[in-house]
Write a protein that binds this ligand. Structure first.
Ligand code: URA
Length: 524
């Protein structure tokens, strides 16, 4: 996966492939969705000869048909109806020529994706083209509407048992080592003791180099996400929070596109980010959504200005759909925590919830993460229950940590998500229980000096694509227990050969991967 992603990333950014990469294209082991994205990306590079593209397209009948469709807007594929192929030709044509597509084209193409009426290669090409050419504003709206209409709407406030409760949720745009979604749900459950409050708390899978709470929680033995609908309702009644994912009829279009974007390096696209995030929020309405927009070197949205524009576009769309949305902007100049990787991040979050310190996790970063949770919770509570100010709510939120309520509610949440009492007891007695079968490999500083930068994207990519942390249905196997623990922070001084991080893996013989991690530290 890592090798294919590197080529895809260059094609998306129009960085020239070197001769070795160009020659290797025909033998590259790529999934069908990746092949489609590769073809669409290759066809747009002026320096790549027609012969090279044709040779690539000859790999399979589907790619040959896709090539014709991308080239002339016409094509056929024996096992797919002509009408389907024709609308995909029109869709590709409108993206490349930067014209608005007919709304019915977008709607029908999204249905094709969900019903699997088109091969994955076509979807890969679509994603790559949207990354390269963007989408017209009206088409972003149509795509968002079509994605949300691909499933059902779940308004849990309609249930008579929950009618009096307010729904509060937070959703992020993504950042490295970001753990709010592991801690805030228990804070909301704890605040439910103060005011009528609940949260179908949406979480997603790893995306590109960033982690996903869906995968993180999946590393806890037995953890089960309730199906949308009655099962989620029961979980809400039982513990006030239901960790919700795009299962079943909850936005199946996003379930597919999201994972495909992760393995085709087609994440960094405003229309795809906006449609993915907004389409999920509007089908699970709430009384307040905090849209946690991250920017900088640990996020997809690098520049603050772009993050602010994209965040505002999302927040406006969400509000137009009747959901109150509060946007926050946070810089990711250093990783939010010291762990990168699913089970590792759960372990770090558990120590924060317990208020426990140990040698592995930096207390300074633990405090920062705790403060972000308190800040979000206090802002949300002051909006929903304005009889107290944000600072008054912040004091209450702080006390929820000190009194042990956050950890207590997390244990209830685990139980309500099918985790056995035995596992909960293990986590109670050992916060690092999930890592019990892992090997640790030392990563040492290559020279003495001050850590001036940490390449979070590189670390995230290594964990997600080389160690298997970000594996999904389209990206082969997953290893939820691999990752990296940072032992030094940005601006720390280090000696040559000093341990600056640990690579953690369930596999033996991973010493060779430590060099890549060491190289992510810029020491000078
Ligand atoms: N989170 C999402 O759900 N979608 C994106 O595109 C980015 C972050």
């Amino acid at each position: 996966v890592a090798e294919v992603l590197e080529v895809l990333s260059k094609l998306r950014k129009s960085i020239r492939l070197d001769d070795r990469e160009l020659r290797g294209l025909v033998d590259l082991k790529a999934e069908p969705v990746q092949q489609g994205a590769l073809l669409a990306g290759l066809m747009r590079q002026k320096y790549v000869s027609r012969d090279a593209v044709v040779q690539f397209a000859r790999r399979t009948k589907t790619l040959t048909a896709l090539y014709k469709l991308l080239n002339s807007g016409r094509g056929q594929l024996a096992s797919y109806p002509g009408a389907v192929i024709s609308r995909w030709g029109k869709l590709f044509g409108s993206i490349v020529s930067k014209r608005k597509a007919h709304p019915s084209i977008i709607r029908n193409c999204v249905s094709d994706i969900v019903s699997k009426a088109v091969p994955n290669e076509f979807v890969g090409a679509f994603l790559m083209l949207v990354c390269r050419f963007g989408l017209q504003d009206r088409d972003v709206l149509e795509l968002t509407k079509a994605m949300s209409a691909s499933g059902e709407t779940f308004d849990y406030r309609k249930d008579p048992r929950l009618r009096h409760k307010r729904i509060f949720r937070r959703y992020p745009t993504g950042g490295v080592s970001e753990k709010v979604a592991l801690i805030l749900p228990s804070m909301i459950a704890a605040l439910g003791e103060e005011r009528p409050l609940m949260s179908p708390f949406l979480v997603a899978r790893s995306l590109g180099f960033t982690g996903g709470t869906w995968d993180k929680l999946s590393s806890i033995p037995g953890f089960r996400f309730p199906e949308p609908g009655p099962e989620t309702l029961e979980t809400l009644v039982r513990c006030g929070v239901a960790m919700s994912v795009t299962h079943g009829a909850f936005n199946p279009a996003d379930r597919i596109l999201y994972q495909m974007r992760s393995v085709t390096d087609t994440i960094d696209s405003d229309p795809l980010i906006v449609s993915s995030i907004v389409s999920k929020q509007i089908v699970v309405p709430c009384d307040l959504l905090i849209l946690d927009v991250r920017y900088g070197v640990g996020a997809f949205l690098r520049a603050k200005e772009r993050a602010s524009i994209v965040g505002k576009a999302m927040s406006d769309l969400i509000q137009e759909c009747g959901i109150k949305c509060m946007m926050t902007l946070l810089d990711t100049y250093e990783p939010s925590g010291v762990t990168i990787g699913n089970a590792l991040e759960v372990s770090e979050a558990i120590t924060i919830m317990k208020g426990e310190s140990n040698d592995l996790f930096d207390v300074r970063l633990q405090a920062t993460q705790k403060n972000i949770v308190i800040d979000f919770a206090a802002k949300g509570m002051a909006f929903l229950f304005p009889e107290m100010s944000p600072s008054q709510w912040a004091k209450i939120c702080q006390s929820k940590f000190t009194k042990g309520d956050i950890w207590r509610h997390f244990k209830v949440l685990l139980g309500a998500h099918s985790v056995t009492q035995g596992t909960i007891d293990q986590l109670e007695s050992d916060s690092l229980f999930l890592m019990r079968d892992c090997q640790q490999y030392e990563v040492c500083a290559t020279k003495a000096g001050q850590i001036l930068a940490i390449d979070q994207e590189e670390l995230g990519r290594t964990v997600n694509f080389e160690l298997g942390g970000g594996g999904n249905e389209y990206a082969g196997s997953r290893d939820l227990y691999s990752g990296v623990i940072l032992q030094r922070k940005l601006y720390d001084y280090v000696k040559r050969g000093e341990v600056i991080a640990h690579l953690v893996s369930t596999r033996k013989g991973m010493e060779h991967k430590t060099k890549k991690i060491a190289a992510a530290f810029n020491i000078s």
